[in-house]
Structures are given as C-alpha cells and as structure tokens.
Design a protein around this ligand. Sequence first.
Ligand code: 13P
Ligand code: SF4
Length: 336
Amino acid sequence: MSDINIAFARERIEQRGFLDVDINPTLDLFAEIERLKKEKNAVILAHYYQEPDIQDVADYIGDSLGLAQQAQKTTADIIVFAGVHFMAETAKILNPSKKVLLPDLKAGCSLADSAPPDLFRQFKEKHPDHLVISYINCSAGIKALSDIICTSSNAQKIVESLPSDQQIIFAPDKNLGAYINKQTGRDMLLWNGACMVHEIFSLEKILKLKVRHPRAKIVAHPECEDHVLKVADFIGSTTQLLKFVEKDPATEFIVATETGILHQMQKNSPGKMLIPAPPNNACACNDCPHMKLNTLEKLYLCMEYEQPELIMEEELRKAALKPIQRMLDISAQFGL
Ligand code: 13P
Ligand code: SF4
C-alpha cells in the first residue's frame, strides 16, 4: 500500500475497527485466504464461537486454553486471530516479535469490559493478603494485575494448585468463580462480572424443552448462571462440551453456550440432535455480538493488508506475560 493508503487504512480502522475496502464479489475468498496463508506464512487461530465459514478456513479451532497453547508454539510469522480482543492480546503477549492480526479490532467482550483495570487495582489494594486468579477473558491491564490466569478448562486445577488456606480474588466472572468455589469448597472473593451471552439463557424454557425431549442431556458452559448449571448433566469449556457430546451415548443434547459451537459439534457428532438452549427473550441473544463482528470478508482483508494489527506496550506485555506463563506451566504439569 502507498503512504496515502496506509493513512487511509489507519483512519478507517480507528473509526470502524476494520478496513472497509470493497471486495470484488467474484473473488473466491476461501481460495484467496489459503493463498495468503502460504504467501505470508500466516496461521489462522479461531474460536468455536466464530461464524462457520471462518471455522472452516482456520488452521486450528479451540477453546481459550487451546488457542493460547497454539499461539505459544506456532512457527508462523503472522498470527491471524479469529476471536475477540483479549484472545488476540494473549497471542501478542506470548509472541512479541510476531505480527498479530484481528479481523475487527472492535471485537471486544462484555465480560472483559466488566473489569476496568483502575477499579480492579483499587479492589485488589483493599485485599493485600489475597492472590489474584483471573479468567483469561479480561484485558491485558487486568492480566498485569493478576498472579495466575485460568480458563474454563483449567480453572479448578489452577485453584487447587494453591494451598487451601491461601485467600484468593477471582475475576472477572462471578458465575465461573461461584462454580469453582462450589467444586473446590473454597471461598474466593468474586469480582462482579458476567458474560452477556451466558446470562441470557432461560431456565424455564430449558425445562420446557426437556419435557419435549426427555432423553436430551443438558450441557452448559460454566459462565452460565447457577440455576442453569444446577440442571446441567455436564459442565465444561467449549472443547470439553464438544468432546462430551461426541463420546456420550445420548443422541439429543440441549446446549447452553454460544451458538457458534454447534457448527463443530454437528460435524463431530453427525447423527445427534443438538438443540441450542433458548434465551429469555425473543432475540438471538445467545449469539455473541462481539465474536460475530468478525466475518470472512474482514478476515480476508486483514490478511491482504496486514491490518488491523494488535500493538501492545512492552511494559504491559511483560507484566501480563507472567501470570499467563504460570497458567501454561501449571496446565502442562497436569497434562492439560
Ligand atoms: P472457552 O472456549 O475457553 O470455554 O471460553 C468460552 C468463551 O466465552 C470465550 O469467550
Ligand atoms: Fe465475551 Fe461472552 Fe462473547 Fe465470550 S461469549 S467473548 S465471554 S461476551
């Protein structure tokens, strides 16, 4: 791109979060993306909540732990992160010398937004004897204030790795924190954050579905509220939910997490009936509006123009790396 185009690109990205350049409608985006991967030695890491087309062109699809582990070990020069901002940040924190691209820089997370670093710092200062375990769904600023990071697939093991009398602050997800408190018998101090998608499920409608599908098993993500988790047959991270549905002999499942996961679930378990758990209103609120900001078009454009790029201050990156590294080390010890 010429200097003028770079200036244009920066302005558009600042305004809109992505490059809104016209794409020739006859272009085969799947083939173009494959070409760009090879030409630029780029890898596409995607979360299960991305739209099906993005999942289909990804080199790796996974939960937050799997994505962080892939980001840690990739030899690609460019990491294209098809997920939300905190996930791309984690990839950048682990790979300061690589270019990390996010198709739409405004793909945020309601849960991460629920913990502003300044307020969290004040909260932490009031509890100097507590260690801070933060769920990976938080900003780099919160990670830098944390002792260990966890994901939904390793949270219990991470908490149990600390002495039972160690006082702990758990942030930012109060639902995951409450669930881990229950599982471990701890009394962690919980930050009052939540995910807008996982708090929208209607228990009443789930129970009505269960009457119509009495053999269906309910699987739920631990970001769901306690009343939903209480009726679940299995609780786990997105990868754990996928594996459970694949291996369990049941043929019908009510799935209480973001709907993007149904694409891989159906691929992995072709003969099974998957019913998305209904939200408590008439909208499609169990689609994450942040995850769904990324599209195949934006993915192609970000690879073509290598924008938007995730840039991070080195001091912040170093501070955020420590608790992430601790999580990865503990996970490796447990074979996770
Ligand atoms: P996991 O895929 O790690 O279970 O996380 C779910 C989620 O909400 C990501 O934003
Ligand atoms: Fe954040 Fe919830 Fe969307 Fe995950 S599903 S990115 S936790 S808002």
